[in-house]
Ligand binder design. Structure first.
Ligand code: ATP
Length: 888
């Protein structure tokens, strides 16, 4: 085995037959063939057997098994076999649903495979982490999840959190020196970066030494699962409901059994009645339909660019009451353009494709400012490329500066040739600035005005914070002390720009005698000036914000940008007025108590750091909100986890943020969050629709079974007939109801209160009334047909069976989404399909010779059939009446 951490850089490169420029493409293909894709073999959490077994231990299924055994005991073999067949059918169906749901989630999660920056053939490219091969040169930066095992070749303040491997949550500082000893634990191999660990700070370059299952993570991958499929809150409630129904069913069965015996009925027929009641109570199709509805919902969200990472999110989304959104990229286009440079005594408006015509002194001043902006920059610009979009790589704020530099003939690689970058203090959203340290070689003419010193530090960042680190200002080619008046002037210029929604960066520099970097380095800087970038709001967001408000959802902007910039964008997008904006400073001063108060009224939080985000989420939750919160950076993950729905950016988000999120926006767009909320509401509506439908129907069937004996019909419906009805209604019709389109007012009503149970008192009253109506109509008709003088004539039973079936078809139609007429054939083709199938199947069991004898039914005369349908249709009107009179 190779021990990479004891080897020198050259040895590592040699042995892997590569160079710091990276591999040529042909070699990559060859190695990919040889080593396979860089991914971990997926390990299923539950074995299929276990999943299958679980299906059979659900309470409802246990009841059915007992019912089957009882039937067997009573000599009713057909019943016993049929019940067991149903048990197996639903067991297998449930198993496949869960299996598929798990696989679908795994597939979705694979869609968030990290994109990695690698050098290949001397060019930096972005490739999928799966395509990495040993020998690839990988660039790491804060927010990356390390994509493979790497031996580090370069590191700038690189810190990596290795909890995934070592359990240690404190990030480890990395360096590149070879280790002396081979026997050191993973946590001490300072020059290695391991797959699955997280870069929390700094930057680095490493050479891939192991991929896929060969990595340290791969070796322990047996221990990690694929995807956790947690049950949604509603599913958990349903499990409880299932248990409750089971208890009720058993109790009802026992009761009727006892009463029957007392009334002198034969024990064997009472046993059969008891079995039937138990069968009637169990909503066999419920779990499967719920899983299918959730899974289909997740797919619909994906079509609208929201990728669900955790299934419960599908449901929670429906009850979101605030959406906290980043500004840059989510509300704005993240297409930054440098439009203005404001230097002491000089303001230059930059227009695309136009070089400003400036006097020599001013031109030199502009040249120097842009040079600092280009030096202190992590973006890249490909000079050779001519397509505007493809020529830059990196953070749009930075690349905008590179593009502006290039317009003036200032290129990073030219500058780096004479001023190589040898150290840096990376950007973080706490300091809101970054600095780079350059070795001064001969030839950088913009430095002519400065004394000779060996190193130059360039800094750029938020002006308000940067000014505090400066003690002089560069005016007319020389530094002057930064006095109160200068501070005032600069702040005024900053304010003027920010007020117009412009993102402002300050530029500064400092000359150094050595290149050591420490925390105090960013002080006594010379301030150079401001640059203003515009980032237009996304067109479509305004409408989405409007929709949010109509839907009772409060949109909130949380940004690291200047309060005035934030407020200006907030105004344009109608988040709120200036008065609703607060800045990070105020936030820091506020106690937790005061924050609760602020959280009520604030709609724009500016100059916020990631820690503040966590406080904001907590405060909002404390005042009763269900919070969706976006984030993209490493430090955002605690807030993403804390939020009810953590939302990560698919394009600009870091791997770490995506890992922490419940949902990923594939297009980074605020509008997509609103769309997902809408889908969430539709899904929840449909689940409830279906559950109510199913419960009311089952109440009806149980009532029939319980009441009929008092009228002399000891076994009103046989177990087989009940099973059939339940499959037809709970299963087939339920599936149709689960896919209904949105109600018209879906985004015009307030969010659902998640504290409230799924069903309230009114709901229970309504569905009980409905159950009673179904029972009354069908049993009434059956009694009318029942002829005690001729007990062998079972027409009454077929009438009962048929009427319940038709009643539930009409029930399903009446419960369809209010936006569309109950009889519309096109709004939900699946619904149309299941209704037609249900009717045909119902006719088939009554009329097809083979089926009718199996189910012990008699063919109905045409008039009887029509009477049955007409009686069933009464339910349609009953529902409309109940809707009217039992008010929400
Ligand atoms: P959000 O995405 O949360 O709306 P943001 O992207 O504006 O906010 P940050 O990226 O944290 O938030 O930026 C905060 C501030 O830091 C910016 O207003 C800007 O002044 C400064 N800043 C941003 N990017 C850079 C950078 N690359 N170099 C130096 N300073 C930067």
């Amino acid at each position: 085995m190779n021990i990479w951490y004891t080897k020198s850089k050259e040895e590592v490169l040699n042995q892997l037959q590569t160079s710091s420029k990276g591999l040529p493409d042909a070699e990559v293909d060859k190695r990919l063939e040889q080593y396979g894709p860089n991914r971990l073999a997926e390990k299923r959490r539950k074995s299929p057997w276990k999943l299958l077994f679980q299906q059979f231990t659900e309470t409802m299924v246990l009841i059915l098994i007992v019912a089957a055994l009882l039937s067997l005991f009573l000599g009713k073999t057909t019943e016993a076999v049929a019940i067991l067949a149903i048990v197996v059918l639903f067991g297998v169906l449930g198993f496949f649903q869960e299996y598929r749901a798990e696989r679908a989630m795994a597939a979705l999660n694979r869609m968030v495979v990290p994109i990695v920056r690698v050098s290949r053939n001397g060019i930096i490219k972005e490739v999928s982490a799966q395509d990495l091969v040993p020998g690839d040169v990988v660039h790491l930066e804060a927010g990356n999840i390390v994509p493979a095992d790497l031996r580090l070749l370069e590191g700038f303040n690189l810190k990596i959190q290795e909890a995934a491997l070592t359990g240690e949550s404190e990030p480890v500082e990395k360096n590149i020196a070879p280790l002396e000893k081979a026997e050191v634990g993973i946590g001490d191999r300072k020059n290695m970066a391991y797959m699955g660990t997280m870069v929390t700070y700094g930057r680095g370059i490493g050479i891939t030494v192991a991929t896929g299952m060969e990595t340290e993570l791969g070796k322990i991958a047996n221990l990690i699962g694929a995807v956790e499929t947690t049950k949604t809150p509603l599913q958990e409630k349903l499990d409880k409901l299932g248990k409750m129904l089971a208890v009720v069913g058993v109790a009802a069965a026992a009761l009727i059994f006892g009463i029957g015996l007392l009334m002198g009925e034969a024990a064997s027929s009472m046993f059969l009645t008891a079995v039937s009641i138990a069968v009637a109570v169990v909503p066999e199709g419920l779990p499967a339909v719920v899983t299918i509805t959730l899974a289909l919902g997740g797919q619909r969200m994906l079509q609208r660019n929201a990728l669900i990472r955790k299934l419960p999110a599908v449901e929670t989304l429906g009850s979101v009451t605030v959406i906290c959104s980043d500004k840059t990229g989510t509300l704005t286009q993240n297409k930054m353009t440098l439009t203005v440079v404001e230097l002491p005594g000089l303001q230059v408006q930059l227009k695309p494709e136009q070089t400003p015509d400036l006097p020599e002194q001013a031109a030199a001043q502009l040249n120097m400012a842009l040079s600092v902006a280009v030096l202190c920059n992590d973006g890249t610009l490909d000079r050779a490329a001519d397509n505007d979009d493809e020529q830059v790589l990196g953070d749009p704020t930075e690349t905008a500066l590179l593009v502006a530099g290039a317009r003036q003939g200032i290129y990073k690689e030219d500058l780096y040739a004479v001023l190589p970058r040898i150290n840096e203090l990376p950007f973080d959203s706490e300091r809101k600035r970054m600095s780079t340290v350059h070795q001064v070689n001969n030839g950088a003419d913009f430095l002519n005005a400065l004394p000779d010193r060996p190193y130059l530090m360039c800094t750029k960042g938020a002006p308000d914070l940067l000014l505090a680190a400066c003690d002089s200002v560069w005016v007319n080619g020389a530094p002057v002390p930064l006095d109160a008046e200068w501070v005032r002037n600069i702040q005024e210029a900053n304010t003027n720009l920010a007020q117009n929604g412009i993102r402002v960066l300050g530029l500064a520099f400092k000359q150094l005698d050595n290149a050591q970097v420490d925390g105090n380095l960013e002080s006594e800087l010379t301030f150079m000036g401001l640059v203003g970038l515009i980032d237009p709001p996304r067109e479509e967001v305004k409408a989405a914000v409007e929709n949010c408000k109509l839907a009772g959802i409060k949109p909130i902007m949380i940004t690291g940008d200047h309060p005035l910039t934030a407020a200006a964008i907030g105004r344009q997008l109608q988040f709120g007025s200036q008065a609703d904006t607060i800045s990070g400073e105020l936030l820091h001063r506020a106690t937790d108590e005061e924050l609760l108060d602020l959280a009520h009224k604030t709609t724009v939080y500016a100059r916020v750091s990631p820690e503040d985000k966590l406080r904001i989420v907590s405060a909002l939750q404390q005042i009763g909100h269900v919070v969706a919160m976006t984030g993209d950076g490493v430090n955002d993950s605690p807030a993403l986890r804390k939020a009810d729905i953590g939302v990560a950016m698919g394009i600009t988000g870091t791997d770490v943020a995506k890992e922490a999120a419940d949902m990923v926006l594939l297009d980074d767009n605020f509008t997509t969050i609103v769309a997902a909320v809408e889908e969430g509401r539709v899904i929840f509506d449909n689940l409830l629709r279906f559950i109510k439908f199913s419960l009311a129907g089952n109440i009806g069937k149980v009532l029939v079974m319980m009441v009929a004996p008092f009228f002399g019909l000891v076994i009103a419906l046989q177990p087989l007939q009940l099973l059939w009805l339940n499959l037809l209604t709970d299963g087939l019709l339920g599936l149709g109801l689960g896919t209904e389109p949105a109600e018209e007012d879906i985004m015009r009503r307030p969010p659902r209160n998640p504290e409230k149970g799924a069903l309230d008192k009114d709901d229970i009253i309504r569905l009980s009334l409905l159950g009673i109506a179904i029972a009354a109509i069908s049993l009434g008709l059956a009694l009318y047909y029942y002829n005690p003088a001729n007990p062998a004539d079972h027409t009454w039973q077929t009438m009962l069976f048929a009427t319940i079936g038709f009643a539930q078809v009409f029930q399903a139609l009446a419960l369809r989404s209010s936006a569309h007429s109950a009889f519309n054939l096109t709004t939900n083709p699946l619904m149309t399909g299941v209704v037609i199938s249900a009717i045909l199947l119902q006719l088939a069991v009554i009329y097809l010779p083979f089926m009718k004898s199996f189910f012990n039914l008699v063919p109905l005369a045409a008039t009887d059939l029509l009477i049955s349908i007409a009686a069933g249709s009464i339910i349609f009107f009953v529902i409309k009446l109940i809707k009217r009179f039992v008010k929400k």
